[in-house]
Design a protein around this ligand. Structure first.
Ligand code: CO
Length: 174
């Protein structure tokens, strides 16, 4: 059953065999099948209307440290990173009306915008996803906040979750 685990993870769901399989076995098989396994959630992106107001909550009231602020002109956003345990929150505020974050808020309101998964090699992971028929926003890795190689996968092929692939070794997207 383990030989098919990797297919099931990217496919329609888990089979009964996967559910009853020994712990660790499917994960090991998946790692074998993918040359760029995900290590952790690098960060969770949250779309906000007003970055300063959001910092009053996450930084001042909840006490998360403020790791850095940055303006990413190519995406039309100001971002702030706040470490939270093994991961970080990335607060995103649009700087121009045509920014994807501005369009997201207009359509769906403020809230969780994307989940960033850390991988060894963004280009290789893109190739794996493309081969399996997933729709990509970025066909090639590009440079995100902090000079880290990133790429986005289209939410239409991921059950509505915008996934950011984030290359290891760059402080998880900062
Ligand atoms: Co991000």
């Amino acid at each position: 059953m383990s030989r098919k685990s990797s297919k099931k993870i990217a496919g329609t769901g888990f089979s009964r065999a996967d559910e009853t399989a020994g712990k660790g076995q499917p994960a090991a098989a998946a790692q074998k099948a993918q040359s760029s396994p995900t290590a952790r959630v690098a960060h969770i992106g949250i779309a906000v209307r007003d970055l300063n107001e959001a910092l009053r909550l996450y930084h001042e009231a909840l006490g998360l440290p403020l790791h850095g602020r940055e303006s990413v002109e190519s995406d039309g956003v100001n971002v702030a990173f706040l470490p939270a345990g093994d991961t970080e929150l990335e607060l995103l505020e649009a700087t121009v009306p045509e920014s994807p974050v501005a369009r997201f808020i207009e359509k769906r309101g403020e809230g969780i915008h994307h989940i960033a998964l850390e991988v060894d090699d963004v280009a290789e992971t893109l190739r794996i996803l493309r081969d399996r028929g997933y729709r990509l926003i970025d066909e090639e890795p590009r440079i995100g906040a902090g000079g880290v190689r990133v790429a986005f996968v289209h939410p239409r092929s991921t059950s509505g979750v915008l996934i950011e692939l984030c290359e290891k070794g760059g402080n998880g997207g900062l």
